[in-house]
Design a protein around this ligand. Structure first.
Ligand SMILES: Nc1nc2c(ncn2[C@@H]2O[C@H](COP(=O)(O)OP(=O)(O)OP(=O)(O)O)[C@@H](O)[C@H]2O)c(=O)[nH]1
Ligand SMILES: [Mg+2]
Ligand SMILES: [Zn+2]
Length: 308
């Protein structure tokens, strides 16, 4: 028996990477069910599996078992609503690439992403790219935003892919990890990856073209090894992560600065909207919770779709 990492999935076939780097085509052995989780796909990209060699000349193996997952991103299945679809598993971190201009990433979008990654228990770093095109005031504003998120506990990094600024820090951030790379189209995801892994150039461009064709992208994630044991998942369908069936009461638990104050609210089921004795609202009034974060929160509680 051998063990490996699922790096690609097409639904019926998988690609599994053995520790020595060899990649096999893999399929599941007969009936394969994971206890207690209603999903349409039992195995996803990022899963660590056990397998047995099936046919050496054909390079095929049979997956016989799966290791417990540290985390996973799940979506409601398009076909069976009672089931979920696992997009990726065992993600060490999410890296959200943003630009405050050209194109503008809104704070609402950042906050939605952070709430989703909190809910999936995936630590997240914010990368502010295109630092080279920001002038004085815009740079000051960016610094304010960075302070805001660092105070909450999210590491932030300013980069310029074109000028090579902090590209080495970005490389270290990814080193020996499985990272979910996300961000709006045009923020510079491919440029940053190409800056740290020039050999991969062609491949990342291919990802983009593939992505633009749509259809399969939301369903099947792909993982790229950009350096030894360093993987990125660059799958357009999971850029937004989504707030999978979150209850209203749950949302503030995924704002760390609100979570810290929840037990100080007068009512245990406080939604922090207009209840008396609300510690969250008080903190907003005192300036201890950023107004922009509170606005994002209200938008999410009211079910507003803020994907811009
Ligand atoms: N000035 C400046 N331009 C950048 C920087 N990074 C990327 N760009 C430019 O921004 C444009 C988009 O970059 P991409 O790397 O293709 O963006 P992407 O996030 O991969 O976009 P999608 O693949 O569509 O999701 C390209 O013209 C890049 O040259 C940067 O740091 N500074
Ligand atoms: Mg790209
Ligand atoms: Zn409250």
């Amino acid at each position: 028996m051998q063990t490996g990492l699922i790096i690609r999935s097409t639904g019926s076939w998988y690609e599994v990477r053995h520790h020595d780097g060899h990649i096999y085509r893999a399929r599941l052995k007969g009936k394969f069910k994971i206890q207690g989780l209603k999903v349409t796909n039992p195995i996803a990209v990022g899963d660590r599996v056990q397998f047995e060699l099936e046919d050496e000349t054909e390079n095929t193996v049979v997956i016989t078992g799966i290791e417990p997952r540290e985390n996973y991103i799940i979506r409601k299945s398009v076909h069976k609503t009672a089931h979920g679809h696992i997009l990726a598993a065992n993600i060490d971190q999410a890296v959200l690439i943003v630009t405050l201009a050209f194109p503008r990433t809104s704070l609402g979008f950042i906050d939605r992403f952070l709430v989703a990654s909190e809910s999936f228990r995936i630590p997240t770093t914010l990368v502010f790219n295109k630092a080279d095109i920001l002038k004085d005031e815009a740079l000051d504003y960016q610094q304010e935003i960075i302070n805001l998120y660092e105070n909450i506990g999210y590491p932030c990094l300013e980069t310029s892919a074109t000028e090579g600024a902090n590209v080495d820090v970005f490389r270290n951030l990814l080193d020996q990890k499985i990272s979910l790379l996300s961000g709006h189209s045009g923020v510079g995801k491919s440029s940053l990856v190409n800056a740290v892994a020039p050999d991969l150039q062609l491949r990342t461009n291919e990802v983009s073209t593939f992505a633009n064709k749509g259809v399969h992208t939301t369903t099947f994630a792909e993982m790229f090894e950009i350096a030894p044991d360093t993987f990125i998942i660059d799958t357009p369908g999971i850029k937004e992560l989504g707030l999978a069936d979150m209850e209203k009461e749950e949302i503030s638990h995924y704002f760390p600065e609100m979570r810290d104050r929840l037990n100080q609210c007068r009512f245990h089921n406080c939604l922090h909207i207009n209840e008396p004795g609300c510690a969250v609202k008080e903190a907003v009034n005192e300036g201890d919770i950023a107004e922009s974060r509170y606005w994002s929160y209200l938008g999410m509680v009211s079910g507003e779709d803020n994907r811009k």
